[in-house]
Design a protein. Structure first.
Lengths: 474, 493
């Protein structure tokens, strides 16, 4: 009986103009979004390659180690999965200068250097699924029950020996299969597009993409069940559509934005400018102390050889030059490590505060399936909110290695200016290389998202079952 | 007759529960947008003041022999209208560090700082208007004509002596009055809320807000006309609804993004990294040459990466030695300043050239991208209101112009105080040490030139915005005409 009902439901759906419209819209939108993603990815990769090539060129042109130490810039490499989920990729800085004098700081986000693309934002697969396809799913499902009542077929159907439970389950299953077709076929075409453009997907990336497709199905199934639920709660399809639309506006458009905005206002975190000012204030004081110490040392040294003859003085300087250099270098390193430590503390404070703010925002918004889906999708796309932190951490780690490398090559440090320099290019063969692939986002760190999405499916399907068993079919 | 139809239409629409629900939702959203906007503005103001204060404290830590190290940070002051129509204001940087010379860059955009907001975006008036207003229009008018046909009322009406043109005019006018005008109520309440929450709005800003609201009504009108037009093309309301939904998705969500993405990427713009590289190369080459020249003039040596020479004017007469030393130092300072000036001029010329090239390409890119995007009324609307609110792409250029002007006066000030200005290549500072050196006093921060920023006014933004508003008006007229004609040919049976 169930199979018969599913078959009937599917035939009904597949032949309806609604299905044709949804299928056409899904195909166009998914393909356009994947194509747009590919174009953006290729533009980003080309930009990345060009920028890193310029940096390498500058590095090889360096003629001294201290100079090299101030020239390193590390760019963030675009990842293939951002084609589907761009997340915060365009919002955070693309590179940071690696230097002993400057803190790691992400600069020039894509949107800040090309604000034209920020005007309407990106149109990635996640956006299409989250906003557009969810709306189409509602259109798909709003009249599944109330529509049959209006057309009188429901009465006819239940006049036969059709168990209500089986009927509603078949309705859901039929609509689900009908919905998957317009989703899976264009997605497969999108995958073909990836292959056509030879986007370097690794095995890991394919797994992520498959998971993303899975999450998208789960998300849309949630809206389908909700559609059926609303349709069994109302007697007129216009009413069920209106209430679903209000629900959709609230869950997809309002709650995610509102939740985060409320969190920002309830729990404010100092802005980047304030943090920078704080760091800069400390750095200035510390540098002043450093220069005072340095000039005191210079004075002490020149006092020590006062009264000596020219020859003695030269010999004395010769004898002590190395020690002095090491001493000064240590002073400088002391200052640098003080600055690094102070900045690290401030960053930690800010990051902790930001984490509290974010979890508050998530708590306020995650009950919306759209938020849950987006957070999960961004993690799969490696463009989640943790990306900034992962990149910054990797940069700090690299900075340490890079500084150690410079120190090892140039034991005298910054103070060792003088005759030991040549204009020969440096041998950079053993220079530490920045690992362009950042550590992955912890995918399973938050099963909450999946739970929320599953909750919507089972909750609304269960309620729909109960509601339909009590439904007045007349 | 027209008045009668209008009245009937008004009653039909306003009396329904659909109106109550939708109007309620819209009102809540509009009020929420104003409330959140005001809260956001207050928070931004607080952050802005605190960042400025910290910057002042930090500058006050300098002493009078450190004028050359002075490098104030300027912040983009928060604008009340930007809290309602955020545009790209959160994507472009909010602060810029000033040095006497050299190029300036806006850094620390709000969205790069607070990435969670970047992902979920803001609930502002721009969003409510663009998404909700248009959906509202579609939802109410998708069955304006064919709904009456399905119910049989259309046949009934035309069995009387009702002219078709008056009927459709009444329908359009009635729908607009019944749906558009009530939306003004929550907007007015929102405006009051904004004032009550202490957001300072100037007369100019109120006028611009009025302009934004008028644009909102025009935009609403476009979707209303399209809906009536599609409804008059279809015999069944369910198919007109599907059509309209597809049109809405395309116009509001897809076309603006796709147009900018595809047209934008089709025009090649010189990359900012390449420009920065060329500038760094030029700067280093010039610095190398100048170091050598400076070292040679002072009788020292340089390998192009650093230089050294000795100022060692020994004499039996300590005063004489001091005087000669002073002369030498002045000579060096003068040379350095001359070289800096020369480098500055050359760098400025190169920067100007590279930036102009980039700017010109960007203009071509924008022309294509926005030209194509404007096919969608949503894009024309967004561009129009962000221009009115001063949060369009022009806003950044306007701020940077003010900052560049400030840099000129800051450079003069710094040169007066320190004898030289900071930034733009290598620089050597000297301190006369020793026990008996004059003790440096802390600087007086009040002496530093103040930065006053005059935000864009209605007069600045109106010409560009009028273009987009004109386009919206044009769309209104086009769809009005098509709806009118389509109905005159409609089969009412």
């Amino acid at each position: 009986m169930v199979f018969l009902l599913i078959e009937k439901e599917l035939k009904n759906l597949l032949l309806s103009p609604k299905f044709v419209a949804t299928f056409a819209a899904c195909t166009v939108l998914i393909l356009v979004s994947v194509f747009a993603g590919i174009i953006e990815y290729r533009a980003g990769s080309a930009q990345y390659t060009a920028a890193t090539a310029l940096v390498s060129q500058e590095l090889t042109e360096s003629t001294s180690w201290p100079q090299l130490g101030e020239r390193q810039r590390i760019f963030r490499r675009p990842e293939v999965m951002q084609i589907f989920a761009s997340g915060i990729h365009y919002d955070i800085g693309r590179f940071s200068v690696i230097s002993s004098w400057q803190d790691v700081q992400l600069q020039q986000s894509s949107y800040s250097i090309e604000p034209i693309f920020a005007v309407f934002r990106a149109m990635d697969f996640v956006f299409i699924v989250q906003v557009v396809l969810s709306l189409l799913t509602i259109v798909f499902a709003y009249d599944l029950v109330s529509g049959e009542k209006e057309s009188g077929t429901l009465r006819l159907m239940l006049a036969n020996a059709v168990p209500r439970t089986q009927y509603i389950v078949a309705k859901l299953a039929g609509a689900w299969v009908g919905l998957m077709i317009p989703l899976i076929i264009p997605l497969l075409l999108g995958v073909l597009l990836l292959m056509l453009y030879a986007i370097p997907f690794t095995g890991d990336d394919w797994v992520r993409l498959a998971k993303l497709a899975g999450y998208s199905l789960v998300y849309l199934t949630g809206f389908l069940s909700l559609g059926v639920l609303f349709s069994t709660l109302t007697h007129r399809s216009a009413m069920s559509f209106l209430s679903l639309l209000v629900f959709w506006i609230a869950m997809v458009l309002v709650v995610p934005r509102g939740g985060m905005m409320f969190a920002t206002q309830i729990y404010p975190v100092p802005s980047a400018s304030e943090v920078e000012s704080r760091k800069e204030g400390f750095a200035r004081e510390r540098r002043d102390t450093f220069f005072q110490e340095l000039s005191a040392a210079f004075q002490a040294r020149s006092q020590a050889h006062e009264g000596m003859s020219e020859a003695d003085r030269a010999a004395y300087e010769e004898e002590n030059e190395w020690d002095w250099m090491v001493e000064d270098d240590e002073r400088q390193k002391g200052m640098e490590s003080d600055l690094a430590e102070h900045n690290r503390q401030i960053d930690e404070q800010i990051n902790n505060a930001r984490a509290v703010q974010q979890s508050l925002g998530f708590a306020l918004s995650r009950f919306s399936p759209a938020s849950a889906y987006q957070l999960a999708a961004m993690r799969l796309g490696q463009t989640d909110l943790g990306l900034k932190q992962r990149f910054t951490d990797a940069l700090y780690a690299y900075r340490t290695t890079f500084r150690a490398y410079i120190d090892q090559k140039n034991p005298g440090g910054m103070m060792s200016f003088g005759g030991n320099q040549s204009t020969e290019p440096l041998d950079l063969s053993d220079m530490p290389v920045f690992e362009a692939r950042l550590p992955s986002a912890p995918e399973d760190a938050s099963p909450v998202d999946l739970l929320v999405l599953m909750g919507y499916i089972f909750g609304s399907a269960g309620l729909a079952l109960v509601a339909f068993n009590r439904y007045d079919v007349r | 007759m027209f008045r009668l139809i209008l009245e009937k239409e008004l009653r039909d629409l306003i009396g329904t529960p659909r109106f109550a629900v939708t109007f309620g939702v819209c009102s809540v959203l509009i009020l929420l947008a104003f409330f959140m906007g005001a809260q956001n503005y207050r928070l931004m103001q607080l952050r802005y003041e605190s960042a400025r204060q910290q910057n002042i404290t930090q500058m006050a830590g300098l002493s009078t022999d450190q004028w050359v190290q002075l490098s104030p940070t300027l912040f983009v002051p928060p604008q009340p209208l930007a809290a309602l129509v955020s545009g790209v204001s959160n994507d472009i940087g909010r602060s810029v560090q000033i040095q006497g010379r050299g190029e300036l860059a806006l850094e620390n955009s709000l969205f790069s700082d607070n990435t969670a907001s970047a992902v979920f975006r803001l609930l502002d008036l721009e969003f409510v208007f663009t998404i909700v207003f248009s959906l509202f229009a579609v939802l109410f008018c998708y069955n304006a004509v064919n709904g009456e046909k399905e119910q049989g009322t259309l046949r009934l009406i035309f069995s009387n002596a009702v002219p078709r043109d008056q009927f459709i005019l009444g329908k359009i006018a009635g729908s607009f009055l019944a749906l558009g005008i009530p939306l003004l109520i929550p907007i007015l309440l929102g405006g009051l809320l904004f004032t009550a929450m202490g957001v300072p709005m100037s007369g100019d800003e109120w006028l611009r807000l009025a302009g934004i609201v008028v644009s909102g009504l025009l935009y609403f009108g476009v979707f209303l006309m399209i809906s009536i037009f599609i409804s008059a093309l279809n015999a069944r309301s369910s198919s007109s609804f599907i059509w309209l939904l597809v049109i809405w998705i395309l116009a509001v969500l897809v076309v603006p993004r796709a147009a900018v993405l595809f047209a934008g990427r089709a025009v090649e713009v010189p990359s900012i990294d390449d420009i920065a590289y060329q500038k760094r190369q030029k700067m280093m080459a010039m610095a190398r040459e100048d170091m050598k020249a400076l070292a040679a003039a002072m009788g020292g040596e340089s390998d192009g990466t650093g230089f050294r020479f000795e100022i060692n004017e020994e004499s039996d007469d300590p005063e004489e030695a001091q005087r000669r030393m002073q002369e030498q130092m002045e000579k060096m300072m003068k040379l350095q300043r001359e070289m800096s000036d020369k480098r500055d001029t050359e760098m400025a010329a190169l920067t100007q050239q590279l930036n102009t090239e980039r700017y010109n390409r960007q203009q071509v890119q924008q022309g294509w991208a926005f030209g194509l995007a404007r096919i969608s009324p949503a894009a024309a609307f967004t561009m129009g209101i962000t221009q009115l609110a001063g949060t369009s792409l022009d806003a950044e250029a306007h701020f940077m112009q003010a900052v560049a002007d400030y840099q000129t006066s800051f450079k003069t000030f710094q040169e007066e105080k320190a004898g030289m200005s900071s930034g733009g290549g290598f620089m050597m500072t000297m301190r006369i040490g020793g026990e008996d050196a004059p003790k440096a006093e802390p600087i007086d921060v009040n002496e530093v030139p103040a930065f006053t920023y005059a935000p864009l006014t209605l007069a600045d933004t109106l010409p560009a915005a009028l273009w987009n508003l004109g386009l919206l008006l044009f769309y209104n007229l086009v769809f009005f005409a098509t709806a009118f004609v389509a109905f005159l040919r409609y089969d009412v049976r």
